[in-house]
Design a protein around this ligand. Structure first.
Ligand code: TPS
Ligand code: MG
Length: 271
């Protein structure tokens, strides 16, 4: 394993839409969503929307079928599948979507196995076949169980980053590259340190927040917009600081064709 951990947000980062809105809209529950939206937190609203879909006769299979045609940038899938994986980076997801949506999409794209960990809101299918979505941090009756005022009550992504960082404590320092788009990705960007990299999606909420609070972010910031940017910048950040000797040791020998691609592209980037 190389010394790089790449942490991906899911909605509007790995995929090119919000999966929650996609499922609700594609299965025809937009009106009910719009009615409830002003009255509920997002996480409980989504659980409620799954009840609505269930009452309308929509099954888990219907939800999975809709998820299997989410819009994506092909370069993002190829970056995850081949380029990043062949450097044996540790890839993780931190998302305010839910386990079923994320695993369905990643499995369909053939990249589920590329990730060592998915941190997201848990869910289960109840005895009636309805999808139940729960908060990542159990909220009970408290407004903000994680104590962070920047994040929604169900999930503080900054807290998750701190937990990931604490697992490195006994090992050598790992470089974190974090990619995200939403307001919920701002808190984790404040937990990154010098030597880490933040990749906010240009013109999305986290990018605005970072531009306005530039002095609070100590990591290097590299914005991205298109799938091409995503692939090029991510590969560059992964390979920067890796010597040719390390690279020979790091590339995945079980996947030699990809390894050759990686070496070739890295040399081209460094030239
Ligand atoms: C105006 C407005 N109201 C509510 C929300 C909340 N929201 C929308 S999609 C989503 C899941 C994000 O998943 P991921 O963490 O994978 O990006 C969340 C938490 C929003 N973004 N904008
Ligand atoms: Mg997002």
């Amino acid at each position: 394993m190389s010394g790089t951990v790449v942490i991906f947000d899911f909605d509007n980062t790995i995929i090119d839409i919000d999966s929650d809105n996609w499922v609700v809209d594609e299965l025809g529950a937009t009106d009910q969503f719009n009615q409830l939206f002003p009255t509920m937190h997002w996480n409980s609203l989504m659980d409620r929307m799954m009840e609505e879909l269930h009452l309308q006769g929509k099954t888990i299979e219907d939800i999975k079928q809709v998820l299997n045609r989410v819009p994506i940038h092909p370069q993002i899938v190829s970056a995850i599948k081949a380029r990043t994986n062949c450097f044996r980076c540790d890839l993780r997801v931190v998302s305010d979507a839910n386990t079923l949506f994320i695993e369905t999409v990643l499995k369909h794209l053939g990249i589920l196995e590329c990730f060592s960990e998915i941190n997201t809101n848990p869910c289960f299918i109840d005895e009636e076949g309805r999808l139940r979505i729960l908060p990542y941090h159990d909220s009970h009756n408290h407004k903000s169980p994680h104590g962070c005022t920047l994040c929604p009550p169900n999930m503080c992504k900054g807290k998750i980053i701190k937990i990931i960082q604490s697992t490195f404590a006994t090992e050598e320092k790992k470089k974190i590259i974090y990619l995200g788009d939403g307001a919920g990705d701002f808190c984790p960007s404040l937990k990154l340190v010098e030597g880490d990299y933040m990749m906010p999606r240009r013109d999305f909420p986290v990018w605005d927040l970072i531009c306005k609070n530039r002095h609070l972010v100590t990591s290097e910031v590299h914005e991205w917009s298109s799938g091409e940017d995503f692939e090029r910048i991510l590969l560059h950040l992964i390979t920067s600081g890796i010597s040719m000797e390390d690279m020979k040791n790091n590339v995945d020998n079980t996947n030699m064709s990809h390894s050759f691609d990686c070496k070739f592209e890295t040399i081209a980037l460094e030239a």
